[in-house]
Write a new protein. Structure first.
Length: 312
């Protein structure tokens, strides 16, 4: 059945049936607007958009994969503020000849990724469009804590990373060259493994700044350096190249550190902490903050791209 055959309200009913309930729901889909609990009295909000052909390809990823990625891109932003995600709003623009089953599977992916943090899809909108587009807005709760900003890094802080970098970028390169293996890398591109709980944990540990690594570690840390008016240096030896990534890089003629330092879409969390803070094993120190500007690698300018730019 195509979406044109199902009709708008038939499609809405099919999608809503797959979304589930979340702890923040006061009133979910079905009325003009949802009502979401905000126990802290403040709401953290972020939005992101995925466009077919620009951010995903249906021949590379299943509908569920795209749902996971769309949710993760927004939920990670909430975690990077030190908040707990609570709800998602999804706007879906689809070609009318798209199979209803694809939209249903997308909803299942959105719901499954949201469930990892106890959030849910609370509402949204849809329209016909010649280009398949998914726009997501995420909401979160700070739990009484101050938000962790990009502007708080101080000289003497350490830079630490939770999660992995380079895997999704490697998977993207593999897929773009027409291959489907190694599975470890391809699956990392299709569905990021985001360390959501480490966002609020970092806030409790006293993180001075934090950011979601969505566009590339060096580029995103550049935002922290600019906002905090500091310099940041990253140690290359802090990054281990896994065997499958090393083998893929060799076969494709790519420096694996380009993936690790400039690759996006893994949604790791990068944060700065005061020197002397004892970090749990989920966080590894990869660099330091100093007086100055910009981001360097082993105290030298990085030669090459630093990350993704939508308009480049």
């Amino acid at each position: 059945m195509s979406i044109a055959e199902a009709g708008e309200f038939g499609l809405i009913a099919r999608i809503v049936a797959r979304l589930g309930d979340g702890r923040a729901d006061v009133l979910g889909p079905g009325d003009d607007a949802a009502v979401v609990a905000a126990p802290d009295g403040r709401a953290v909000a972020s939005t992101d958009v995925l466009v077919e052909g620009r951010h995903f390809r249906r021949d590379w990823s299943s509908a569920a994969d795209v749902g996971h990625r769309a949710a993760a891109a927004n939920l990670a932003d909430i975690a990077a503020m030190g908040a707990t995600p609570t709800g998602l709003l999804v706007a879906l623009c689809v070609p009318t000849d798209l199979d209803v089953a694809w939209a249903e599977e997308l909803a299942e992916g959105l719901a499954a990724e949201s469930a990892l943090v106890g959030a849910t899809v609370v509402g949204g909108d849809m329209s016909s469009s010649p280009t398949l587009t998914i726009a997501v807005t995420a909401l979160g709760d700070l739990g009484g804590r101050a938000p962790v900003l990009r502007s708080g890094a101080q000289p003497g802080d350490v830079v630490a990373l939770a999660g992995r970098t380079g895997y999704a970028a490697a998977g993207y390169t593999v897929l773009s060259r027409g291959f489907r293996t190694p599975k470890l890398l391809v699956e990392a591109y299709r569905r990021p493994a985001v360390p959501y709980v480490q966002g609020p944990a970092a806030a409790q540990l006293g993180a001075t700044s934090m950011i979601d690594v969505s566009d590339g570690l060096l580029q995103d840390l550049g935002h922290v350096a600019t906002a905090s008016v500091v310099g940041i240096d990253i140690r290359r030896d802090a990054f281990e190249v896994p065997d499958q990534m090393r083998d893929a890089a060799s076969a494709l003629g790519v420096d694996p550190y380009v993936w690790l330092l400039a690759g996006g879409d893994d949604h790791a969390l990068a944060a700065t902490f005061p020197a002397g803070v004892t970090l749990p094993p989920q966080w590894r120190v990869v660099g330091s903050v100093h007086e100055g500007t910009g981001v360097t690698v082993d105290r030298k300018p990085w030669q090459g791209g630093t990350g993704w730019d939508h308009f480049r």
